[in-house]
Ligand binder design. Structure first.
Ligand code: NAD
Ligand code: DAU
Length: 363
């Protein structure tokens, strides 16, 4: 495989969960790293603090929706590669407040595309320029239990404001390739887990709640299925696509690892009972609480990853049991990272989302 060492990258959303994991990987081998991140509630400077004083690394706190800022960064830093992670990423928040999802995910992606197109054209359309857009399996909608997995040709059928805004951004990226020949790539990935994930998503939320002795809120009947992939495997896949794929291509990425939500929560309880030492409640399984379902909750996602396996030779490396154990251990050892995130804003968010969810005793 080629190396990143001739690349000058703009990484958007590099202070978030997947972006920060990717930035570490990128910084180790690329010529220069410029992170553009608005540092919303989901972006944390502390996550990449150790990189901030390194040579050829810069974090700009700014909004991808600002055309002048984006254009200036592309030219002043001679950027040839954009890896675009920045987004509003949480489905529940998109249900209670969809406007910012359309603004960041659709308008932000449009702003980046348009600025990058002008930059690429002004440089004489160099062949090595790339714009890689990081997207999600949720654009394909929901599967029934026996349906085949999503492939790259599955029609889009997004069901939440989050997935609809991601679908809109994917379509813009596709259009910029077809209309202008801009060298774009799209990756659609399944659910990630691992270090530095904000404690609003299933796995970190359950870890943090166990450590605080709080109820573990499982939506609906807990039978919804997601295809889980370790974040490091996702970052390796993005690098493979960036270095090897033809412009205009899209790749599905996943873990071949479909798990029911309730099974994950039970595994997390077992791991915490095993590794957690002096926990507020034991056994932790008694914290499991079935609550009112997420509106429009997609039942199942699964990714057919044969294209990326065949074309690029990528495979997930982590098995789920090992990855989950490592992740639980990480949350146990990094209270200093997650405790400050449980701010007043977080408490308000938590109360609004979970406070009035009625316990469902029938499950
Ligand atoms: P995240 O919420 O942890 O991080 C998002 C980052 O984007 C944060 O650092 C935030 O500050 C930044 N950001 C938000 N709005 C911005 C704006 N207007 N300008 C600049 N920066 C802004 O998200 P994540 O889970 O790391 O996801 C990253 C990307 O991967 C997203 O595009 C998401 O749709 C996609 N994705 C996520 C998953 C997953 O399981 N988490 C799976 C597939 C795809
Ligand atoms: O599939 C990829 C997507 O995965 C990404 O595009 C999104 O950015 C990411 O947030 C994630 O979306 P999900 O909605 O699948 O992830 P979340 O962690 O919010 O929920 C996972 C499952 O767990 C889902 O079926 C809802 C359920 N859940 C979630 C929370 C937060 C619960 O039962 N209880 C909870 O408290």
């Amino acid at each position: 495989m080629g190396l990143l060492n001739d690349k000058r990258g703009l990484i958007t959303g590099g202070a978030g969960f997947i972006g920060s994991n990717f930035v570490r990987r990128w910084y180790d081998s690329a010529t220069s790293t410029l992170v553009l991140d608005a540092l919303t509630y989901a972006g944390d400077r502390a996550t990449i603090a150790d990189l901030e004083h390194q040579d050829e690394f810069e974090l700009i706190c700014g909004d991808i929706c600002e055309p002048a800022l984006v254009a200036q960064l592309l030219t002043s830093h001679n950027i040839d590669t954009v890896v675009h992670f920045a987004a509003e990423s949480h489905v529940d928040r998109s249900i209670s407040g969809p406007a910012v999802f359309v603004q960041t995910n659709v308008m932000g992606t449009f702003t980046l595309l348009e600025a990058f197109r002008q930059h690429w054209e002004s440089q004489g359309k160099p062949e090595h320029f790339r714009f890689l857009h990081v997207s999600t399996d949720e654009v394909f909608g929901s599967l029934r239990v026996d349906d085949p997995a999503f492939s790259e040709t599955t029609p889009y059928a997004p069901n939440s404001p989050y997935s609809a805004s991601k679908a809109g951004s994917d379509h813009l990226v596709r259009a910029y390739f077809h209309t202008y020949g801009l060298p774009t790539l799209i990756t659609n990935c399944s659910n990630n887990y691992g270090p530095y994930q904000f404690p609003e998503k299933l796995i970190p939320l359950m870890c943090v709640n166990i450590l605080l002795g709080k109820p573990l809120p499982v939506y609906g009947d807990g039978q919804n299925i997601r295809d889980w992939l370790h974040v490091e495997d996702h970052c390796r896949a993005i690098e493979s696509v960036l270095l090897q794929a033809e412009p205009g291509e899209t790749y599905n990425i996943g873990g071949n690892n479909q798990v029911k939500n309730i099974d994950i929560v039970e595994q997390l309880c077992e791991l915490m009972d095993d590794l957690g030492g002096d926990l507020p409640t034991r056994p932790t399984q008694q914290l499991i609480t079935f609550v009112k379902d997420r509106p429009g909750h997609d039942r199942r996602y699964a990714m057919d990853i044969s294209k990326i396996q065949r074309d690029l030779g990528w495979q997930p490396k982590y098995d789920f049991a090992t990855g989950l154990r490592q992740t639980v251990q990480w949350y146990l050892e990094h209270r200093d990272w997650w405790q400050p995130l449980l701010s007043q804003d977080y408490q308000r968010y938590y109360a609004a989302l979970y406070g009035d969810r009625v316990e469902q005793s029938e499950f």
